[in-house]
Design a protein around this ligand. Structure first.
Ligand code: GAP
Length: 428
């Protein structure tokens, strides 16, 4: 973990937030490489969940919305963790995560557990009274439920169909931990799949398999992934069945994503509080019903960290130790680094010409300083799959060297055929 945290900071993936002010309570900022990679994780999810399907549509709902949403969904009442305080050192902890002892000082003198609501409370507008109370959303899911009728009426979809959304969620976690694994501000990628009630077992199984396979397809080793069904005591207040996709983190197996059968809990709950019937009328059969919902709910920030951990390797190239991130090219921040052999005035303009050809297709980096060997090492360490080197021969033969991150193999490719060559490699 320490190696990953260091690499993230040193290379510009993830920085502690507000470090010039001493940081801010387990909060992180995504640097130039992290912003690119997080985007790539989300784009890979959107591609598979929305773009490549004809039964899922997208949504981008408000983060601040009516507090009645959280009343109806049960979050105001049930979205709590058991909080205990150590009477000796006053450390606060989640009772369900400790073994009867304070994790800070080891004392067993703890207060009784009280229920602590995880939603961040604020006020909308200039008056800070009870009527202006609003909450930052603790999950993106409710946006899909409250827009169910609007989407149904405008999208020409009918069950089975899904609504997908990615975006920020906020939870006032008692103990944020393990770098970006558990933070108070994070990103989720969630989809609510509305189905005829009798089809829900079939779709639950379908989405468990689909979601597991998504991580495998993006390169995570199968022996570091597992699908674990929840026990009855673990189930959330809305779920009749949940399975987690878990990853073998350095501290053990832990959750990347939950796939839940939320039944008709949410649509009925919002119908009861809003008075709006949230149901589907099937004109073909004249049957009216409240769909059941299968929800694959993943964390984008947490998943990005798992991809980084899984991709991290140390090996040797020509007797020299190197760190390499074997990221799938779709997730790598830069796909191609363009490297003139030196800063020579004749080489840099050609490197810029090559860069301009590649940029419309690929996120590229132009790197001109340091020895070529050190620049290769740097690109290996940030996961760039291909380096393109412009050397003095390029000036006469109009060809460049393409180096592969994983094999370190180098081949000569004409500048005119470079885009096609790299596009072919990218598609795999
Ligand atoms: N709508 C259902 C839902 O929100 P969840 O299991 O609480 O379910 C889904 O959250 C995913 O969101 C988790 O599997 C995890 O990847 C991510 N997540 C939840 N809380 C998080 C936190 N505090 N920090 C980072 N990611 C978090």
């Amino acid at each position: 973990m320490e190696k990953i945290v260091n690499l993230c900071k040193r290379r510009g993936f993830i920085f502690p937030s507000a470090e010039i002010y001493g940081g801010f309570r387990s909060t992180y900022d995504y640097g130039p490489l992290g912003a690119l990679m997080l985007r790539n994780v989300k784009e890979a999810w959107w591609l598979s969940m929305v773009q490549l399907r004809d039964d899922v549509v997208g949504l981008d709902a408000a983060i601040l919305s009516s507090p009645r949403i959280w009343e109806a969904s049960g979050h105001l009442k049930n979205f709590t963790d058991p909080l205990v305080e150590c009477r000796k050192c006053h450390e606060r902890s989640r009772a369900d995560k400790i073994d009867g002892k304070c994790p800070a000082c080891g004392s067993e003198d703890l207060t009784e557990a009280k229920r602590f609501n995880l939603m961040f409370k604020t006020h909308a507008g200039p008056v800070e009274d009870e009527g202006a109370v609003a909450y930052l959303r603790p999950e993106t899911a409710q946006g899909m439920f409250v827009n169910f009728a609007a989407v149904l009426n405008t999208s020409r979809k009918k069950p089975p169909f899904g609504i997908a959304q990615m975006g920020k969620s906020f939870r006032n976690e008692i103990t944020p931990q393990n770098f970006v694994f558990r933070t108070r501000e994070f990103e989720q990628m969630e989809m609510e799949f509305f189905v005829p009630p009798e089809e829900s077992p079939k779709w639950y199984e379908y989405w468990c398999n689909e979601r597991f396979q998504w991580y495998v397809d993006l390169g995570i080793a199968k022996d570091r992934l597992r699908l674990r069904p929840h026990s009855a005591e673990e189930l959330s207040h809305y779920s009749s069945g949940t399975s987690d996709v878990e990853f073998l983190f350095p501290w053990g197996w832990d959750e990347l994503e939950g796939i839940a059968n939320r039944t008709d809990y949410d649509l009925l709950a919002h119908t009861a509080v809003s008075g709006e019937p949230l149901e589907f009328f099937d004109q073909a059969t004249s049957v009216r019903y409240v769909p059941h919902v299968i929800e694959p709910a993943a964390g984008a920030t947490r998943t990005m960290m798992a991809f980084l951990i899984d991709a991290y390797e140390e090996d040797e190239v020509a007797g020299e130790r190197r760190v390499v991130l074997r990221l799938d090219p779709r997730l790598a921040p830069y796909k191609v680094a363009v490297l003139p052999l030196s800063k020579h005035v004749d080489l840099v303009p050609v490197a810029r010409e090559v860069l301009a050809k590649l940029q419309p297709l690929f996120m590229c980096e132009l790197d001109v300083t340091q020895s070529i060997g050190r620049r290769y090492r740097r690109q290996d360490e940030i996961g760039t799959p291909w380096c393109v080197t412009v050397d003095f021969e390029t000036l006469s033969d109009r060809a460049v060297t393409v180096r592969d991150r994983d094999t370190t193999e180098q081949v000569r490719v004409g500048i005119d055929g470079l885009v096609a060559e790299l596009a072919g490699r990218y598609r795999g």
